[in-house]
Design a protein. Sequence first.
Length: 77
Amino acid sequence: MAVFLSVLSTFLVGVILVIAPWTALWDANYLLNPHPVLRSVFLSAFTRGTVSGLGLVNIVLAFLEARQHLLADGDGA
C-alpha cells in the first residue's frame, strides 16, 4: 500500500506541475502584485517551461518506481 501511495503522489504532483503553469490560476497570483520583477519572472515562458519540465521528471520517476516494484514483486522477493 505504501508503494502505491508513493507512486500515486509522485505522479499527481507531476501532473499538477505540468498543468498549473499554463492555467489562469498561475497568472492570477496576487501575492506577486507588489513585486513586478518577481511577477515578470514567474510569468515568463522560461519559468513555466522549467516547472512543467520538473513535472515531467516526476511523472517519469513515478513510472520507473512503479515498474521497479512490479518487477521486484514478479521475482517473488
